[in-house]
Design a protein around this ligand. Structure first.
Ligand SMILES: Cc1ncc(COP(=O)(O)O)c(C=O)c1O
Length: 459
């Protein structure tokens, strides 16, 4: 960042204006932090003062312009030196992204006493890359990280192929992820971070986040959590000690299915053995202004606009989908054509106790009473092997066959031949994904109709 003493008086004026704007925005954030989750989701960072600068619109701006016009060269210099808030150029800053980031940071930090910051990315994979890559810079021999082997197939490929094979970084896979000792034995002095998916896609394995965060912090490294499957409506890992959270926003947060997107949310002052003070103080803010500027992983403003509208109904949608999902899971669990159901809301599931500790509908039911909800995703193993599973998938008439999840519409897929195909037999064995596993994302339809479709397909 540029030293302010060397700036001329005109530039300094814009710097002072910027400080005032930041204070006003902080006041808005402080106000909204006193509100409930649904209120934050509906209004977010955008208040009446913002509307006055947006033709009095009660909706946040959709600014598709790539660039901002500056009043003069002083304004230009202040903005491009990051010394005053500005929209400059959409790869770095944009109003539509800004209001979405501000709202997501508050929702993910709901219930957390400290500050949280968010940075939107062009996809969930963009978020995972940008959340992990800064810790792997200046790699010296022996640099490693410890990661959940049951993660989403795309994450597996990023870690195994791009980091492991291409850059010779030691990726240490943990298979028995619910066992904290299995993580402990993998960590050494060159470990840069711990990465976990909670719950994992598609095995729905859960892990005790607080114990994992303690383990990471005992070693002076950050815990990074992908909580795409819960969304902040069910679980906010930062409240349980995590340092950085990533989401594929393309899923339940953007439930209407109008956009691909990702987000990084971090709490301030994260632990790490590498990185500048700026990076550790505000990781997501740093990533947005510096590495993302250079890697070019920005989200389109149009996508941000769609997502902001989806976000407003997040808690209600997640509640309905979760209530439908438990009914569907109970049906599948009783069906003779099904060998096993992976759903953390079933009391017979190995992760039930841990899931019940972490997965709660934010702000409770309609009377405000705390209720566990276990999300929309499940896996079920079809009796009879791969061909039997293919037949079930092919017979579905209402549930879509697609590599997608978190939609209003129910969607199913066989991970071994799709989302987790490219990681090969060895990778799937690590992730415990048999060829007769069907992943089912339960939507907002009436659960009886979903069950009828499954009953016919399993016949
Ligand atoms: C748990 C999880 N994380 C990350 C991703 C990647 O997100 P995207 O497809 O938005 O890049 C996915 C995609 O399915 C996912 O399921």
């Amino acid at each position: 960042m540029m030293m302010t003493e060397r700036l001329n008086a005109g530039v300094k004026k814009y710097v002072e204006d910027g400080k005032r704007k930041q204070q006003e925005e902080q006041a808005r954030r402080n106000l909204m932090k006193t509100k409930r989750f649904d209120t934050i989701a509906a209004h977010g960072l955008y208040g009446m003062e913002d509307a006055m600068n947006n033709q009095d619109s009660i909706m946040e701006p959709l600014t598709v312009s790539p660039a901002q016009h500056f009043e003069n060269s002083d304004h230009l210099e202040a903005a491009l030196s990051y010394l005053t808030p500005a929209w400059g150029y959409t790869r770095i800053h944009n109003p539509s992204l800004h209001y979405l980031e501000g709202t997501l940071a508050m929702l993910e930090g709901y219930g957390f006493s400290g500050e949280t910051t968010a940075a939107m990315t062009g996809s969930g994979m963009g978020a995972i890359f940008m959340a992990t890559n800064p810790f792997l810079e200046n790699s010296v021999s022996g640099v490693n990280f410890v990661a959940d082997a049951k993660c989403y197939g795309g994450t597996f490929m990023l870690f195994n192929e791009r980091y492991g094979r291409e850059r010779d970084i030691d990726v240490r896979w943990v298979q028995d992820t619910s066992n904290i000792d299995a993580w402990t034995t993998m960590i050494d002095g060159n470990t840069r971070f711990i990465y976990v998916e909670m719950p994992s896609n598609p095995s729905l394995t859960v892990v005790d986040l607080e114990r994992l965060a303690d383990l990471a912090h005992d070693h002076g490294i950050p815990l990074i959590v992908d909580s795409t499957l819960t969304t902040p409506a069910l679980m906010r890992p930062i409240c349980h000690g995590a340092d950085i959270v990533v989401h594929s926003i393309s899923k339940a947060i953007g439930g209407s299915g109008s956009a691909i997107a990702g987000v990084i949310v971090s709490r301030n002052n994260i632990p790490s053995k590498v990185g500048s003070d700026d990076m550790l103080e505000n990781f997501a803010g740093y990533v947005k202004l510096w590495p993302m500027r250079d890697h070019g992983t920005a989200l389109s403003p149009l996508s941000a606009h769609f997502i902001l509208n989806d976000l407003r109904t997040l808690r209600t949608r997640v509640d309905v989908m979760s209530k439908n999902a438990i009914k569907v899971a109970e049906f599948l669990d009783q069906h003779e054509g099904v060998e096993a159901v992976h759903y953390p809301g079933l009391p017979s599931n190995a992760g039930y106790e841990v899931a019940s500790k972490y997965m709660w509908l934010v702000d409770g039911d309609e009377n405000g009473a705390g209720v566990n909800r276990y999300g929309h995703l499940m896996g079920f193993i079809v009796r009879g092997g791969e061909q039997a599973a293919r037949k079930v998938l092919d017979k579905l008439e209402l549930i879509w066959r697609a590599t997608d999840l978190g939609r209003h519409k129910s969607v199913a897929v066989i991970p071994a031949i799709s989302t987790h195909q490219q990681q090969g037999d060895e990778g799937r064995e690590l992730a415990a994904i048999p060829s007769n596993l069907i992943r089912l994302s339960v939507g907002m339809e009436h659960p009886d109709d979903i069950i009828v479709d499954l009953k016919k397909a399993l016949h």
